[in-house]
Design a protein around this ligand. Sequence first.
Ligand code: BGC
Length: 345
Amino acid sequence: MSKVGLRLLGLVVAAAFIAALVLLARRPPSQMRFALVPKSVGHPYWEGVREGMEAAAARHNVQAIFHGPPEASVEEQLKIIEDFITQGYHGIGISPNDPNAVKEVIKQAMDRGIAVVTFDSDSPESDRLLYIGTDNRAAGRIGGREMISLLGATSKEEASEELLVQIIGGQPGAWNLNERMAGFREAVEGTNIKLCDDLYNEENPDTALQVAENAINAYPNLRGFFCSNAFGGPGAALAITGAIQRGKIEQGQIRVVAFDTTDDILNYIDEGIIDCTLAQQTHKMGAISIDKLVESATQFEEAAEFVRPPEGEDVIDTGVSVVWPDDVADYRTQPTETREASQGT
Ligand code: BGC
């Protein structure tokens, strides 16, 4: 073989050797660990997210854990995230209870090469790579439009009466719920719907009932509730049922636009207490979070830096649909991966 030929062969062998080393150094997927940290665990709202996470983790052959505080707590959520950082997880998905409080830990994780995305609720000013979830502002506007049609609201000028509506939030700092509330306000602006001062259920079922009862007692002419989280609908429905039983209000006097599709909410729609609910795609949130975390963590293993999405493309909208009484039976039978109300939005 000529000298050039020998040199070429040497180069090829060296390149193959380096490629083999890189492949050996790369961690097998089964050793990569990911965590999703919801606002809290235990509420059935999160089941779809967990199922989506597990399905995606199995598909990628990676380890994944779903772990959050028993009840929504800013501090406990921070501790859990810090623990995952210390344990050297490869990627963490977070639904922040407070968008500002998580900024520091998100930076810490990303600086250490741990990929971070947010799901369900965002921390838009943090270092996270992506937000995966509902377009909450748009969903709030849809809620507002449904309330307008339920109450037959018209423009302020044409109207002869005011229609009092109570918005109920969750934790006052929650970014996703605040966006929904803002979207609802935008939609009803200029109509004869008059909004009461906001109330918050703090992601707690007892408080959810309590604040709804308070609103019914404080405003005898109350005509509607917009419940911006999964605790709100059942709280309002229980308070309304109690008030109907006590003869304080008539059935149908207070209309309810709820959020989410847990069994209790679908049952209250069947009973005619909740009018409609906005269905989020929780399974997609969990599955896409893992897809994106695995992708980013793998990129980091290869290049020791994260590849950020282009400007303006850091949000993955998982979509919402509206479930009305006619949709409930069909909605219940659909697989969680693709569950969507037939009427869509
Ligand atoms: C929200 C979550 C919230 C859950 C339970 C959902 O609508 O997207 O952020 O924690 O309700 O209240």
